[in-house]
Design a protein around this ligand. Sequence first.
Ligand code: AMP
Ligand code: ZN
Length: 492
Amino acid sequence: MELYKENQLKIYNSLTKSKELFKPLKDGYVGMYVCGPTVYSNAHLGNLRTFMFFDVAFRYFLHLGYKVRYVRNITDVGHLENDADEGEDRIAKKARLEQIEPMEVVQKYTVDFHNVLSQYNFLPPSIEPTATGHIVEQIEMIKIILDKGFAYEVNGSVYFDVLEYNKTNHYGILSGRNIEDSINNTRDLDGQSDKKNPQDFALWKKAEDKHIMRWPSPWSDGFPGWHIECSVMSTKYLGEQFDIHGGGIDLKFPHHECEIAQCKTWSGKDPVNYWIHTNMLLLNGQKMAKSTGNFILPGEILTGKNTILSKAFSASVVRFFNMQANYRSVLDFSSKALEASEKGYIKLMDAIKNLDQITPSKSSSIDVPSWRKKCYDAMNDDFNTPVLISHLFESVKCINQLKEGKEQISPDDLSVLKTTINAFVYDVLGLLNDVKEEEPSKADGAIELLIKLRKEARDQKNWALSDQIRDELAALGVQLKDGRDGTTYTTN
Ligand code: AMP
Ligand code: ZN
């Protein structure tokens, strides 16, 4: 039986602001759309946090046995400098500054994005459509919205009529705004705009003469607005209505609000059943963002080449650090926090290594089935990875006690323990055993030698000498632990 049949997954739906039982539109299938990167610069660690959460959600759906279609787009046109319809296209601007073709910018940063995701062990999405590859479909959707009277054309540009839409719908349903807030929060262009009202947004923009990124349309040679691409690509591949739409919390307004308005006028239906929004990664107490220069790149973490880092860290340590926080909470990045995650991560990996050295007994003194259930319950509670990790650490304690002979485990339970740990650590959290073993130091060698001499003393029943070695090492901060499989040590 598929695991999803015995697991009641609850998802926090940003639209209803409550945790809801996840019921896909089609039994056994999940359709998930996540707004992808705007490829005008390198993705920073904040972007990675959001994509990593959805990678783990994708992995969990697959683990539960769902057939998943995960669509994550590439924004390669239409995202202007300002999230309102002002300023230059981000990609066109970069192309102008670097004196290269816009498509060279797109290529360069798409390749970089894919490299980073593969370094960080992401699963590729099922479909990765581009905005420029769907210009025809965007024009078709705009035509329908115009026909239905929810948009208007001015000087070759087409704008969505928010006030008209709001007469029969609630513009602000997702972000919790009312129309007055939207008006107050939208900058007026001092009469420079063709818009009837400042809160209206562009579906199509007429290109200026020097603008290279342009396509013919019934209204002008121009380019699509930013929001229309996601309405088109999500519904094209997932249907007029689909299960999950995700992105960072900063996309709720205006981007996702506009997506809802476009889809509702186009199809008459609410497009998305569950909206999932991730919270922000902070650096120096501020949102990590390219525009403010307050960011660190995922590649810099792997090399340690950034002055805010004490050293290099592995991709899995960064994953572990991210997953130790709930995706709906802000997370503060620091080198110290990564160091703490690394310590915990090494403990977990050591315990997994030790799993192979455990000899099963006839029966168990620990309750493996209820521990396993707690792991699933954590993920079923809106993908609560920090709670899952706390249960994984519970198993670390158990494994160490089993190794020391303080607890017993039956062969069946040992097999469940191994499968569950491997499933959550590797398949669901997407971790790898990638922390490089540090070269044993001279001190480590000396301790190992003393352990060997102590064993010889014990074999010869020279208890005085064996106790002396143990006590003097303890006085130096080295604790010896005698277990079934020999003596190990920890240091303070
Ligand atoms: P962009 O390439 O700017 O469109 O952003 C790609 C994704 O990263 C979006 O879902 C954003 O919401 C998300 N994002 C941007 N900054 C951060 C941050 N500091 N922390 C977490 N997610 C972020
Ligand atoms: Zn989007």
